[in-house]
Design a protein around this ligand. Structure first.
Ligand SMILES: Nc1nc2c(c(=O)[nH]1)N[C@H]1C(S)=C(S)[C@@H](COP(=O)(O)OP(=O)(O)OC[C@H]3O[C@@H](n4cnc5c(=O)[nH]c(N)nc54)[C@H](O)[C@@H]3O)O[C@H]1N2
Ligand SMILES: Nc1nc2c(c(=O)[nH]1)N[C@H]1C(S)=C(S)[C@@H](COP(=O)(O)OP(=O)(O)OC[C@H]3O[C@@H](n4cnc5c(=O)[nH]c(N)nc54)[C@H](O)[C@@H]3O)O[C@H]1N2
Ligand code: SF4
Ligand SMILES: [Mo]
Length: 751
């Protein structure tokens, strides 16, 4: 490595010394010039979706470098730059395994045939005895698009079970429901290009600097370009992201819905609203009922800056200031992530953010847009777009819509009535179904739920009795402890497929090397498994993953997610293309819902914008009141506990934990305590501290730091020895069913 970790972090964190970031990162990646050829790929970590080139020599991956032709323009963060050692980690799973004698038995290595037959026999038995409602698939926003598409088709079309869900439920579900309720269809309107054009960044509930480092670098670069570019960060923690903020708004965790309504109040009161825009393009609604603008204005009377201050602790003058910055900037972009989505009222929070854009007309122009940051590298493309969630079908269709099911049955050439008319179990209901023994067999793909579900003591109970088949690449995944069958999946760049990142961009990961050991690509595993359970082979006739893409591409032509112009051949040549993209000549779309930009808006549409996802073409400004979090702090549990990420680890650290440089930076979990609180509790840096919630208690070393405001403590969740999710409740947003990982009540005391 030609640069020190500290230099690198300095660049990512503060964004001041950009040359420090760009120069050395590039140098590090090009260090290894011995590669015989470079193969195109995408980083397998975050939803930024950086293009990567993999250098191959003698059948081995020997180097990576950022793809200069993808949006990241050759940049990678340290995690992406350190992917090679992960492929060859000693922790790789290399052989299929089964637990012959039930859960108490140990996992033994067997042949592929034996493992597949073992799993298929059990699923067949459950299907015969208990029906399709008793089986399930639990997938991942890190799976390849072709994998999720095939799994969804096998389950919903082949096995007649809508119990298909996955970790995007824990992550993006509130953003999905926010988009669909406000605009009629899922997925962001804007793209990364808007970052380069924006003059006001409204970053709320996103620690972009650690969770989307290369995007953060782009934001920092834009900020550096002109003193007129302003950054507002709304986060109860002082994160690396907040260091570039002109205004950093801290508040009582979980109260920012009131702040967003307060900003709307100020915008209207100060006549910064854009009545020409919303008069033409928006409806006002309270739940399902239409209301008038005057009713909306009256509703906002509860959110004067003073009233907002009483709820949130944000000084009234700050609410006025940021509302004006938002409205008056030539182009405002909102970026948000789990601080907004993982909330008991996460969908409402999303709606309230969209409201601000619709109210001010900060939308549909370069630099003016809401842009949710997707967590995983393929949650957008591979799960939301292909409809691999319990309530969805491909291309934005929904299960409980007769016409949509009929369309999919025709497209999949299934007899009418094949797809079950009721939505399946969303994630929490799925694991609860295992506890109640209604779900008896689950196929888990590319995710580690025994570490990442909330309320683990409760939700893993079902895994102790249900039959669990799992695909994995690494031996350290907690969920393996519950597995009856383990299928070793080929890892990143050992198999081919498409990822779709935050900005609706599909990019190809080509196969660079052969799978390690006996590992096989997941599409093969899924299809073999499906056939052995009894799925008609005609339903899954694919020779390879390119065939699957081709079918899905053609199916997309019948929806507004049309990307039928994104052929495999184009993906091999180009470094990612943004849908909608209806023809092979189409360059891809930047501004969605805008005439002459978005090919889904008819060329002769009379107005500039058209929200075609809605029956009347109008977006919705919602009246959504502030409601407190599910479990606020109280006299008995006086602190708020929040959880999240650190720059160098990926979720459960099965991958990043194998890289010494990354592991050394963050060897284990800790708890951040504000100095004021530490003083009161007699806690010094490094002391062991207990967090005790209504579910469990756990001991962590303390980091006394002012990153958390008083009353708030933070712990990361990557540590395999400290499963912090045991501390968390599993209350979820009633609309999106996404759990509120960001807030629970806790006691804090010295061990
Ligand atoms: N290094 C790294 N990067 C990752 C990942 C990883 O594991 N490691 N995972 C990826 C995935 S899947 C995801 S989903 C993203 C997540 O990316 P982020 O959402 O940016 O990361 P988090 O750390 O989960 O939390 C975001 C912020 O929410 C704030 N927050 C807590 N409570 C509230 C609240 O009430 N209101 C508001 N407004 N904010 C609040 C927290 O203080 C925190 O700074 O990261 C992606 N990128
Ligand atoms: N406390 C707390 N909990 C959270 C969150 C939080 O903010 N706080 N965030 C939630 C969010 S947003 C998310 S997205 C989830 C993430 O939760 P998970 O998806 O459960 O976490 P990962 O560690 O990403 O799990 C991916 C698994 O897939 C394996 N794997 C890697 N590559 C491959 C592959 O190619 N094939 C196969 N078959 N397996 C592979 C990895 O070894 C790992 O075990 O966590 C959620 N849990
Ligand atoms: S920013 Fe995200 S996608 Fe880009 S290299 Fe880092 S982890 Fe990978
Ligand atoms: Mo996520």
């Amino acid at each position: 490595m030609t640069f020190s970790r500290r230099e690198f972090l300095k660049g990512t964190a503060a964004g001041i010394a950009l040359s420090v970031l760009a120069g050395p990162a590039m140098a590090a990646q090009q260090n290894n010039s011995e590669a015989e050829k470079w193969v195109k790929g995408v980083c397998r970590y975050c939803g930024t979706g950086c293009g990567i080139l993999v250098g191959v020599k003698g059948g081995k991956a020997v180097a990576v470098k950022g793809d200069p032709n993808n949006h990241n323009q050759g940049l990678l963060c340290l995690k992406g730059a350190m992917l090679i050692p992960v492929i060859y980690a000693t922790d790789r799973l290399l052989k299929p395994m089964i637990r012959k004698g039930g859960k108490a038995d140990k996992l033994t290595e067997v042949s592929w045939d034996e493992a597949l037959d073992f799993a298929a026999a059990r699923f067949k038995k459950v299907l015969a005895e208990n029906g399709p409602g008793a089986i399930a698939y639990y997938g991942s926003g890190q799976a390849l698009t072709e994998e999720s598409y095939v799994a969804n088709k096998i389950w919903k079309g082949g096995l007649k079970s809508n119990n298909v869900d996955g970790n995007p439920r824990l992550c993006m579900a509130s953003a999905v429901a926010g988009y669909t309720t406000t605009f009629g269809k899922d997925e962001p309107l804007g793209t990364y290009g808007d970052i380069d054009a924006a003059s006001c960044f409204f970053i709320i509930g996103s620690n972009t600097s650690e969770a989307h480092p290369v995007l953060f670098q782009r934001i920092a670069k834009r900020k550096e370009s002109s003193s007129k570019v302003k950054v507002i960060v709304v986060d109860p923690r002082r994160t690396n992201t907040s260091r570039i903020a002109d205004v950093h708004v801290t508040f009582k965790p979980g109260t920012d819905l009131a702040l967003l309504n307060g900003m709307a109040h100020v915008i209207i009161k100060e006549e910064l609203d854009n009545a020409r825009f919303y008069g033409k393009y928006c409806n006002f609604m309270k739940g399902n009922d239409a209301v008038t603008f005057d009713e909306y204005k009256k509703f906002l009377e509860d959110y004067t800056p003073e009233k907002v201050e009483a709820i949130t602790g944000v000084p009234a003058a700050t609410t006025v200031k940021i509302a004006k910055m938002f409205a008056e900037s030539p182009g405002t972009i909102s970026l948000w992530c789990m601080g907004i989505n993982q909330r008991f009222k996460g969908v409402w929070a999303n709606n309230l953010l969209h409201n601000l854009h619709l109210l001010t007309g900060q939308i549909g122009r370069p630099g003016a847009t809401p842009l949710s940051l997707t967590g995983q590298p393929n949650a957008c493309g591979g799960v939301r777009d292909v409809g691999a969630l319990a309530h969805l079908l491909p291309g934005g269709r929904v299960v409980e819509n007769d016409a949509h099911r009929k369309e999919m049955e025709e497209l999949w050439q299934l007899p009418p009535g094949t797809i079950a008319p009721k939505m399946g179990r969303h994630t929490i209901a799925l694991y609860e179904g295992m506890i109640s023994r209604d779900v008896k067999a689950v196929f888990i793909h590319c995710t580690n739920p025994a570490h990442t579900l909330p309320n683990l003591n409760k939700l893993t109970k079902g895994l102790e009795t249900a039959f669990v088949a799992i695909t994995e690449c690494f031996k350290t995944a907690e969920t393996l402890k519950y597995a009856d069958v383990v299928f070793p999946d080929a890892f990143w760049c050992e198999k081919e497929g498409v990822y779709g990142c935050t900005e609706r961009r599909y990019s190809l990961i080509e196969q660079a090397i052969k799978p390690s050991g006996e590992a096989r690509p997941a599409v093969d595993i899924l299809m073999e498994f499906g056939k052995r359970v009894g799925v008609d082979p005609k339903l899954i006739p694919y020779k390879n993953s390119a065939d699957i893409w081709d079918e899905w591409r053609q199916i997309s032509a019948k929806s507004v997610y049309n990307f039928s112009g994104i052929t495999r051949a184009r993906l091999k040549k180009e470094s990612g293309i943004k849908w909608p993209c209806p023809t092979e000549q189409h360059p891809g779309t930047n501004l969605r819902y805008v005439r002459d930009e978005d090919p889904m808006v008819p060329k002769d549409h009379p107005d500039k914008m058209f929200f075609y996802g809605k029956p009347d073409g109008k977006a919705v400004i919602f009246l959504r009141p502030y409601e407190p979090p599910f479990e606020p702090a109280d006299a008995e549990y006086p602190f708020v506990l929040t959880t999240g990420r650190v720059i160098d680890h990926w979720h459960t650290a099965t991958m990043t934990g194998t890289v010494p440089e990354l592991k050394k930076a963050y060897p284990g979990a800790y708890v951040e305590v504000n100095p004021e609180d530490a003083k009161k509790l007699h806690i010094a840096n490094g002391d062991m501290v207990v967090l005790e919630t209504r579910r469990d208690k756990m001991t962590f070393p303390a980091r006394v730091t002012d990153t958390c405001m008083p009353g708030l403590v933070f712990t990361p969740f990557f540590d395999q020895k400290l499963l912090v999710n045991k501390l968390f409740h599993d209350a979820a947003d009633p609309i999106s069913k996404e759990p509120e990982y960001k807030i629970c009540a806790t006691k804090v005391y010295k061990a």
